[in-house]
Write a protein that binds this ligand. Structure first.
Ligand code: FO1
Length: 315
């Protein structure tokens, strides 16, 4: 426990779904008690800029400036630059808003200046008023690559945005992962955590890149604290995005037990939705809740219920 008597919580997240749970946690915990570790496997270079979509989605959500319709990008953003690119005949398939561009320009400038992504993120997040600790999973470049039936191997954003996650996926790899280290900041946060959460993000596209960092699983397993994942599969479907489609393509049953099995020994507790009535999971302690976060109130309620359950249970 921290000096303020509240638990120190680390949450592993991807983009939109993870950002919602992280936001719910900020409504329940003091900012100094929360560390959000974000997937960076979806980062890429685009028009010479380093874009970190999941990091930015979480940062904008926690700063209260996210576009609430899309769940990513900045609210009220314009697309003057994008329209100008199209005027040059560019396809411009990745919608970069004008305000959002400022984030990428600054980040890229700092990267070229030799700054670590961890420090860059801290500076950008602080300027936007984010008070919790927001950490990229690593400072090294990692690229989630999808081997598809239709197009061969695709970089994540090409698969996800350009082809709207329609290609059939045969295999996934995390390029550069062997050379990527868990940052000292992420290591310290995990070492000090009273509770480790895995958000209802896509297991293969958002969470497994984090868990695949060299040493990460051992860091988590070394902590005799509740380590709890929340299922992103509700009623046989993904709440958002390609999780269910991907699961089926990779040969798995689309169900909460598959998610729990993918995390294996990394978790000792699992939350799945109350709508899933015929689920049997024996390997870890489980509980059911309403996990669908439609409103900001839902986020706070889910976050509080998870904390109450996690801190009541023994690991
Ligand atoms: N998602 C889309 O579906 N279409 C886009 O054009 C798009 C642009 C975009 C720009 C900045 C940013 O931070 C995120 C953006 N996203 C877009 C979302 C993002 O690519 C995905 O949601 C995540 O990478 C998946 O976790």
């Amino acid at each position: 426990m921290a000096l303020n008597g509240e638990p120190q919580v680390v949450v592993l997240v991807g983009g939109v779904g993870g950002a919602k749970l992280a936001h719910g946690l900020t409504q329940t915990l003091p900012p100094e008690n929360l560390t959000v570790i974000v997937n960076t496997g979806d980062d890429f270079w685009h028009y010479g800029l380093r874009i970190c979509p999941d990091l930015d989605t979480v940062m904008y959500t926690l700063a209260g400036v996210v576009d609430k319709v899309n769940g990513w990008g900045r609210a009220g953003d314009t697309t003057t630059m994008l329209d100008a690119l199209r005027g040059y005949g560019e396809d411009a398939w990745f919608r970069l808003g004008d305000q959002d561009l400022a984030t990428h320009v600054l980040r890229t400038t700092m990267i070229h200046g030799g700054e670590r992504l961890t420090n860059i993120t801290a500076r950008l997040a602080a300027a936007l008023g984010v008070r919790v600790r927001l950490l990229p999973m690593t400072d090294a470049p990692v690229s989630t690559m999808l081997d598809t039936v239709e197009y061969g191997e695709l970089e994540f954003q090409t698969y996800f945005v350009r082809y709207r996650w329609q290609p059939t996926v045969k295999a996934i790899r995390y390029g550069g992962i062997d050379m990527a280290a868990v940052s000292v900041e992420a290591q310290a946060a995990i070492a000090a955590a009273d509770l480790i959460l895995i958000a209802p993000s896509n297991p293969w596209l958002s969470i497994c890149p984090i868990l695949s960092l060299p040493g990460m699983r051992d860091l988590l397993l070394a902590r005799a604290v509740p380590r709890i994942a929340v299922s992103p599969i509700v009623g046989g479907k993904a709440i958002k995005g390609p999780a269910a489609k991907l699961m089926a393509e990779l040969g798995y049953t689309v169900s909460p037990p598959t998610v729990a099995a993918v995390y294996g020994a990394v978790i000792n507790g699992f939350v799945y939705d109350q709508r899933d009535t015929e689920v049997v999971i024996t390997e870890v302690e489980t509980t059911q809740m309403d996990t669908v976060m439609q409103s900001e109130h839902d986020r706070a309620v889910l976050a509080r219920r998870i904390l109450e359950w996690a801190l009541r249970k023994t690991s």
